[in-house]
Design a protein around this ligand. Structure first.
Ligand SMILES: C[S@@+](CC[C@H](N)C(=O)[O-])C[C@H]1O[C@@H](n2cnc3c(N)ncnc32)[C@H](O)[C@@H]1O
Length: 283
């Protein structure tokens, strides 16, 4: 077994592994995407000196390292593509339309809670923090703002916690914001401490409804570019969980290519062009 050769996966092995992945995370790999699992996990098998996918499935499901290996596997198979200021038009809707109304609605408590669910390496929740920082200015210290970024990938969360990014991560960041909130350190962009301190990160699997419940109610939930990896049953489950965890007058933002209308009656789309945002349906 040379390091250059890929370990191949037959259809039975693929069916078993993709079911295990789906049961644990809701991530749906159609057979056409077998090559992704094959190429991303081949290297892992070699690292742990496992010769084929049958042995790997046993290692994953029966050995003493199950929990660690699941984590390792999710670190490798998830698609963590993201960037700061991703989909600026949608963020404009958040900053200029949704946020002002929310700040007014919460003026008496001065408490605002925002969840960036499946935040990958943190670019999304940090972008939200920058928008709040810009909007509130000196009023920020009067508010108790909670922004939580969660993801199933520990590796992605480690990057988030480091606050250090490559130029690729800031490729869609307006230069004004880049100058204001980042410092260049060689080939890296280091995020300003104030913005870093506004966001907490935690590992969370969107299948875990109980853990979501423990976090209480959110005023805004961002869950962008994640539902596309799930099948309809998982999407419906996640949306029902969001519906339970979103404040009555809260807003849900999803990715621009995602559709939820046929999957839930809990949400109604706001008629804001480019918003891809939803409020809770009236009971
Ligand atoms: C393409 S990224 C999207 C990041 C960000 N929301 C954005 O729009 O830029 C998708 C993220 O979903 C995460 N993910 C996939 N399945 C998940 C699950 N069951 N629970 C939590 N996160 C999950 C992946 O680890 C990955 O970081």
């Amino acid at each position: 077994m040379t390091t250059a050769t890929k370990i191949t996966m037959d259809t039975t092995q693929f069916n078993k592994l993709s079911k295990i992945i789906y049961d644990r995370s809701g991530i749906h790999f159609p057979e056409a995407k077998k090559y992704i699992l094959e190429s991303r996990l081949s290297h892992r098998l070699k690292e742990i000196e496992i010769e084929d996918f049958d042995q790997y499935i046993s290692y994953l499901t029966m050995g003493p390292y199950q929990i660690e290996e699941f984590q390792e596997m999710f670190n490798r198979i998830t698609i963590n593509e993201t960037s700061f200021f991703r989909n600026d038009k949608q963020l404009d809707v958040f900053e200029k339309q949704i946020l002002p109304e929310l700040l007014e609605a919460r003026a008496s408590t001065k408490r605002l809670r925002i969840w960036s669910a499946a935040c990958s390496s943190g670019e999304e929740p940090f972008t939200i923090a920058m928008l709040l920082h810009r909007t509130l200015g000196v009023r920020l210290s009067d508010w108790k703002i909670e922004i939580l970024g969660t993801d199933i990938s520990e590796k992605a969360l480690e990057t988030a916690q480091s606050g250090r990014y490559t130029s690729y991560a800031v490729r869609t960041t307006p230069s004004l914001m880049k100058n204001r909130y980042f410092k260049e350190d060689g080939r890296h962009f280091v995020l300003n401490e104030t913005i870093r301190s506004m966001v907490n990160f935690e590992k969370h699997n969107l299948k875990d409804r109980l853990a979501a419940k423990r976090h209480g109610t959110w005023d805004v939930i961002f869950c962008r570019n994640v539902l596309i990896y799930f099948d309809d049953a998982m999407k419906a489950g996640v949306l029902s969980m969001f519906s339970s965890q979103l404040a009555k007058d809260g807003t849900l933002f999803i990715g621009h290519s995602e559709r939820i209308k046929e999957l839930t009656n809990d949400f109604q789309q706001l008629s804001i062009p480019q918003g891809f945002c939803y409020s809770k349906a009236l009971a």
